[in-house]
Design a protein around this ligand. Structure first.
Ligand code: BES
Ligand code: MN
Ligand code: ZN
Length: 458
């Protein structure tokens, strides 16, 4: 796919006048032809409305776009899908909306997953001479990478493919990478990762991927991502509707790799560790069983009450590994619970932290980036729902606590570093298309987190 944002362009670019409703009235008052077209098309400059205005030859002369105001820069996500293919420039924009915002949201809104489409149509492109195109493309490419990984079905996005992507990212940025695979996970002391993934076909053996980057004197940021390439539920098998989209269960890994790539591309003054446990939660004679008790890297014994609560098992070992790196900040991302979606729906990933300063930084950065999330509590008292009769902890919380996203976060907290830590229970998916948000894989929260990290370690 060629880039949809261009810093320069020698040829003709169709002007787009991005207008508020008030500005639309002014413009139409001075342009009888446009006013007549607007009247028949009921174009009033409402957010997301588009009016194509031809010249006397019938070719596209200019475009009016209802852009709202500075409170709605994200409306530009809806623009590329409404434009005919061609090259455009912004000739007018509402006060307060920046060229960077327009280009960023235009690029995010242009995303399509076309890997399996035989015919990929031309698309609208935007010339943005005043925007920081390099930075915007780094961010939007990272988001597109995460979305492509999530959208790619499990037959083409297995452990090997994720390892290959991780190796490419590491190589591009001069980072070190280690991959521990299959039975090597026992030797390397990742027993829970091994147990969850051991039922998979040997060609799809589990991996513990670790990317390390940056100079020794910089503060360490750890990114941890759940990489379940497909979640059948294991022996506590998922019903068909619940299994249907489980190719996306590696969304946390995709998010961690994408956010890590943003950080390395921008050469932020941090040290980075990206920790990605990759498994297939499959069924075979060797599958872990309900009732099995697993060892973990931390030495905490875990009773597997339900093999479908597999994400927290592999994250337990990965978070223990994070503790060993003495991080200044740890972020984990995971498609961890259906309960998170029941609580907040697909558009609003919950985040959990006990660090008030970190929470307010995340909140502010997420708002500035139009990358929404919502805080849920690490409610201590529900921790008792994780008590096991015969092991140190169980992975399926007792039903009385009900709040499944909270108890999952509390499970992770038992393994997470004691310093600043935040857990995000992402959905990573648009269940239906809306303008600017195609159905399927979505990158959630990583633009906001990237801004937060940039500001926190400036
Ligand atoms: N990957 C799922 C969670 C999930 C399901 C995310 C649907 C997004 C949409 C996870 O591994 C899982 O199955 N969790 C169980 C945990 C339960 C068995 C304690 C769940 O949420 O039902
Ligand atoms: Mn599961
Ligand atoms: Zn899962």
């Amino acid at each position: 796919m060629s880039d949809v944002i261009l810093q320069t362009w020698d040829g003709h670019a169709v002007p787009i006048h991005a207008l508020t409703e008030a500005e639309t009235k002014v413009v139409l008052a001075g342009d009888a032809f446009a006013a007549a077209l607007a009247a028949t098309a009921e174009f009033k400059g409402r957010v997301g409305q588009l009016l194509l205005i031809p010249n006397s030859d019938g070719a596209l002369d200019r475009v009016l776009f209802g852009a709202g105001d500075a409170q709605h820069p994200v409306a530009f996500r809806t623009l590329p899908g409404k434009l005919p293919a061609g090259v455009y420039r912004i000739a007018a924009q509402p006060d307060g909306v920046t060229a960077d915002q327009i280009s960023l949201y235009f690029a995010l809104g242009s995303y399509r997953f076309d890997r399996y489409k035989t015919h990929d149509g031309e698309r609208a492109r935007l010339v943005a001479p005043d925007a920081d195109v390099t930075e915007i493309l780094q961010i939007t490419h990272a988001c597109a990478l995460a979305r492509d990984m999530i959208n790619t079905p499990a037959n083409d996005m297995g452990p090997l493919q994720i390892e290959t992507i991780a190796r490419e990212i590491a190589e591009q940025h001069g980072a070190r990478i280690t991959v521990i695979q299959g039975d090597g996970l026992l030797e390397g002391n990742y027993p829970a990762v091994h147990a969850v993934g051991r039922a998979a076909d040997p060609a799809r053996a589990s991996r513990m991927i670790e990317i390390s980057w940056g100079e020794a004197d910089k503060p360490m940021v750890c990114l941890v991502g759940k990489g379940v390439v497909f979640d059948t539920g294991g022996l506590d098998i998922k019903p068909s509707a619940g299994m249907r989209n489980m190719k996306k269960d590696m969304g946390g890994a995709a998010h961690a790799l994408a956010l890590g790539r943003m950080i390395m591309s921008a050469k932020l003054p941090v040290r980075l560790s990206i920790l990605v446990p990759v498994v297939e939660n499959a069924i075979s004679g060797d599958a872990m069983r309900p009732g099995d008790i697993l060892a973990s890297r931390k030495g905490v014994s875990i009773e597997v009450g339900n093999t479908d609560a597999e994400g927290r098992l592999i994250l337990a070992d990965a978070l223990t590994r994070a503790c060993e790196l003495d991080p200044a900040l740890t972020i984990d991302m995971a498609t961890l619970t259906g309960a998170a979606r029941v609580a907040l729906g697909p558009q609003l990933p919950p985040y959990f932290t006990d660090d008030e300063g970190l929470a307010s930084q995340i909140e502010a950065a997420a708002r500035a980036e139009w990358d929404p999330l919502w805080r849920l509590p690490l409610w201590k008292a529900y921790g008792e729902a994780l008590d096991s009769d015969i092991a140190d902890i169980r992975n399926d919380p007792d039903g009385w606590a009900q709040a499944g996203a909270v108890t999952a976060a509390l499970f992770l907290q038992r393994f997470a570093p004691k310093g600043p830590w935040v857990h995000l229970d992402i959905f990573a998916w648009n269940p239906r298309a809306r303008p600017g948000w195609p159905a399927g894989g979505e990158a959630q929260a990583i633009r906001g987190l990237y801004r937060m990290i940039r500001e926190r370690f400036a």
